[in-house]
Design a protein around this ligand. Structure first.
Ligand code: LMR
Length: 398
């Protein structure tokens, strides 16, 4: 049966991470997969997560299945985290489903849309996270790409984005990364968001937000602002939420799908269909990570501790951005590297060629995406000067 299957190349992101682990060089630097790292280059369990996990385990009396839609406490908490405190009018017309990470939420959302509008199209900016396509098309959606980013100016190409939205049929989905754009690090400005949402409203399009780095750009509320603004303006939208990065729960596969519907009855119908889709995919979501998030966000003291810890991580990444920009400018006098400090989140698309990326890896043991996406959280005081020096001459522009 399986004789027809040829060996596939490794995943463009996870494959690099595996290659990094196998590299015996003491000089190796991992700027590949998007995980937070501390000053020592480790990805520790957050202190507040450790404490909540211990409390959770001590209190846990059963491992019986969660409901298909997930833990009710987690669902309420994650809705409040994304949508904000003032959401009394939104919650009744929302369906909230716990999902297996942000990936699970994207896939579940696609499955749900497929049930409502078979063959629906989703617009994706180019570039975007390489797994968006497989997750969304795997759930039955048709993909349509449009330009998002201008390499020369390192900014959003607004007009082509607006043109793509203008020419889309009513009901077309639009994938939007709420903040900390993966892979570029370049988000629309608030003015640009305003223009994007204006066309979405006018053309009756349906946003499908992906929020995977909430709190690692500016703070959790600012990073969720485009979603909250869209919720104020639109009758329907979907949001895929990940708790992987901002709670450091990567392997626990914790996330949620939020769907805003026209009314309470529709939200309930959506939930029933999402439950059925989930039942056919994996039955019910994993509990542990979601219960940790719930334990944190349903306790004011723990929530404050989490916000503070997350703010520290965010500040650490911002500090690395500044030091990298300084290092590059020191290595290349006259070059303006301030764009690095204006970007948000972990990633920066450096704009160097694939050959240069390969030679940084092969000769200097510096691992980054083949598209030159660098996870800047992988820098630290030991490796940063060397990375700055090696990358500086390769950056395009004057
Ligand atoms: C990344 O973009 O590196 C992360 O979101 C991890 C992944 O699954 O690709």
């Amino acid at each position: 049966m399986f004789a027809t299957l040829e060996q596939l190349p490794p995943d463009p992101i996870l494959g690099l991470s595996a290659a990094f682990r196998e590299d015996p060089s003491p000089d190796k630097v991992d700027l590949s997969v998007g995980v937070y790292k501390d000053r020592a280059g480790n990805t520790p369990v957050m202190a507040v997560v450790k404490e909540a996990e211990q409390a959770l385990i001590a209190a846990q009396a059963t491992k019986v299945y969660l409901p298909a839609a997930g833990s009710p406490g987690f669902r309420e908490a994650i809705f409040r985290l994304v949508m904000g405190e003032d959401t009394q009018d939104l919650r009744p017309r929302s369906a909230v489903l716990q999902a297996a990470g942000g990936c699970g939420a994207l896939r579940l959302g696609a499955e749900l849309v497929q049930r409502a509008q078979p063959g629906a199209t989703i617009l994706l900016g180019d570039p975007t996270w390489p797994n968006h396509g497989p997750l969304l098309s795997g759930g039955g959606l048709q993909l349509a790409r449009h330009p998002y980013y201008d390499t020369a100016t390192r900014s959003v190409v607004l007009q082509p984005v607006l043109d793509a939205l203008e020419s889309a049929a009513a009901g077309t989905l639009v994938l939007l990364q709420a903040s900390c754009h993966n892979p570029t690090g370049v988000d629309p400005t608030p003015e640009q968001w305003g223009q994007i949402l204006e066309v979405i409203v006018a053309r009756r399009l349906v946003p499908f937000f992906d929020i995977a780095y909430q709190g690692l750009g500016v703070d959790p509320d600012t990073d969720a602002w485009p979603i909250r603004e869209a919720a104020r303006l639109l009758p329907e939208m979907l949001v895929a939420v990940s708790s992987s990065k901002n709670f450091g729960l990567y392997r626990e596969r914790t996330g949620a799908l939020l769907v805003l519907a026209q009314d309470r009855g529709r939200a309930s119908a959506i939930e029933s269909h999402a439950n059925k889709a989930a039942r056919a995919l994996y039955s019910m979501p994993p509990a542990h990570g979601a219960l940790i998030v719930e334990t944190i966000l349903t306790d004011a003291q723990r929530e404050t501790a989490w916000r503070n810890e997350l703010a520290g991580m965010c500040a650490h990444i911002r500090g690395l951005r500044s030091r990298l920009a300084e290092g590059i400018m020191a290595a290349r006098p006259g070059y303006d590297a301030s764009w690095i400090t204006r970007q948000q989140g972990m990633f920066s698309l450096l704009g160097i060629s694939r050959d240069e990326v390969n030679s940084l890896r092969e000769q200097h043991h510096i691992y980054m995406g083949y598209d030159s996406r660098a996870n800047l959280a992988g820098l630290n005081q030991d490796n940063l000067p060397r990375v700055a020096e090696l990358v500086a001459p390769l950056l395009p522009g004057d």
